[in-house]
Design a protein around this ligand. Structure first.
Ligand code: APR
Ligand code: PHB
Length: 391
């Protein structure tokens, strides 16, 4: 098979890139290792920056999001024995966030790919990249016991953190930056009405968080030690810990119930530079990971795709490679800004097992500054909503 862009990975990055390239008449194929049902069963965060929501609208993907999603002015922070705080995105930036689950976005993207007869090959096993340092790379994979080969001009590595694309870049040509956090997030999904707001709660036992998916689906998280497993946490134990970490007046408004999903995600910050090697371009989790605090993962995937699609369009339509050459540097500006804010929010809101009273005083001082300084409030809102896309 011959195509212009071979996209590895059918998560949000790969599907969105495929959708936009198709709309520009640029031939592409998506190779996804798993089945579509498997991809759609993953539960991820559900907060879109204004820029990401607008990009989806601009590409005809906003209809269900605008119908079922909920615009939000900001996010609340509650703090044991201190006043509440609101990250007032609307007030300081004029923008709103959109509460809309990643699973829904992936469903919308698959529906759009099917409607447009986009080429998405699921269950593509043993994907391997070849000749990526040349102008004529190719990708091989196995499906139903047969070996296939895709010849292309470019490869887009959209295959997430554990994918094959980043590993295809020789170790001598990439630099990796990483922070592993000494705790995870235990998340549950429950078919009960959620709280109205996204809320992070700081407590000496650890962070707790309230999120939402739709009027009858709530998502809650608590910080847990890395050594814990979901089996250690019965629903009763989870609710007891969660309610204890929220102030009493908020805790009594939380609708508890049996969980329909329960899992633990470790927290990691990770960036691999550069995002390009020869004819291979990385986008989304293939190139970087953020901890969930701040919900930047999906937003970064969308902004990477924004930069990558415009560069590919300029190459194929205008024979102009300037944006391709700038892709890595431009995308990394935004990526590091998101790494920065997610790392700082993670430090602010979690209890670290090895910290001492000095660390705690600094944390409290950071929070007090937010409570009292308009400059600090403005700066946080600006970083929290994400840098504007570079033009
Ligand atoms: N071959 C083909 N497909 C692969 C391979 C491979 N070797 N390895 C992984 N994949 C697929 C995965 O099955 C997955 O469907 O690539 C897809 C990558 O999707 P995501 O992990 O969702 O990554 P991305 O599309 O970049 O979206 C980033 O997802 O993980 C969240 O928080 C993250 O919200 C962010 C978003
Ligand atoms: C979620 O919607 O699951 C969510 C929201 C905000 C976060 C993390 C997760 O920071």
């Amino acid at each position: 098979m011959r195509t212009k862009v071979c996209i590895i990975g059918g998560g949000p990055s790969g599907l969105l890139l495929s959708h936009i390239l198709d709309a520009n008449g640029i031939d592409n194929v998506v190779l996804e290792r798993q089945s579509k049902d498997h991809v759609l069963s993953r539960i991820r965060a559900g907060v879109l920056e204004a820029g990401a929501a607008q990009l989806l609208r601009d590409h005809g993907l906003g209809e269900r999001m605008d119908r079922e999603g909920k615009a939000k002015d900001g996010t609340r922070i509650l703090w044991q024995d201190r006043p509440d705080f609101f990250i007032d995105v609307k007030k300081w930036t004029g923008q709103q966030m959109m509460a809309y689950g990643q699973t829904n976005i992936t469903e919308d993207l698959y529906a759009a790919r099917e409607r447009d007869c986009g080429a998405v090959v699921c269950d593509a096993k043993d994907v391997a990249l070849h000749d990526i340092e040349t102008d004529a790379p190719h990708v091989t994979y196995q499906k139903n016991g047969q070996r296939h080969r895709v010849h292309c001009r470019f490869i887009a590595g959209c295959d997430g953190f554990h994918g094959a694309s980043r590993q295809a870049i020789p170790a001598t040509h990439r630099r990796e930056y990483e922070r592993i956090y000494p705790f995870g997030w235990l998340g549950i999904m429950v078919e009960k009405p959620p709280l109205d707001d996204f809320i992070y709660a700081y407590h000496e036992d650890g962070m707790a968080m309230a999120a939402q998916r739709n009027p009858m689906l709530s998502r809650y998280y608590i910080q847990v030690p890395l050594s814990d497993t979901p089996e250690d946490w019965s629903d009763d134990r989870f609710w007891e810990a969660l309610l204890h970490r929220f102030p009493v007046d908020v805790a009594k408004t939380i609708h508890t119930g049996p969980s329909i999903e329960k899992s633990i995600a470790p927290l990691r910050s990770f960036v691999s530079e550069p995002m390009r090697h020869g004819s291979l371009f990385l986008a989304g989790d293939a190139g970087h990971i953020v901890p969930p605090t701040g919900a930047k993962g999906l937003n970064l995937a969308i902004s990477d795709v924004y930069y990558l699609q415009r560069a590919l369009v300029a190459h194929f339509k205008d024979a102009n490679d300037a944006l391709l050459d700038d892709y890595s540097g431009t995308a990394l500006m935004r990526i590091w800004a998101a790494e920065n804010i997610s790392w700082r929010l993670t430090k602010l809101l979690h209890v670290f097992p090895d910290e001492d009273p000095f660390d705690q005083k600094i944390r409290e001082n950071d929070y007090d500054l937010l409570l009292t300084s308009e400059a600090a409030q403005h700066a946080l809102a600006y970083e929290y909503i994400g840098l504007p896309y570079a033009t």
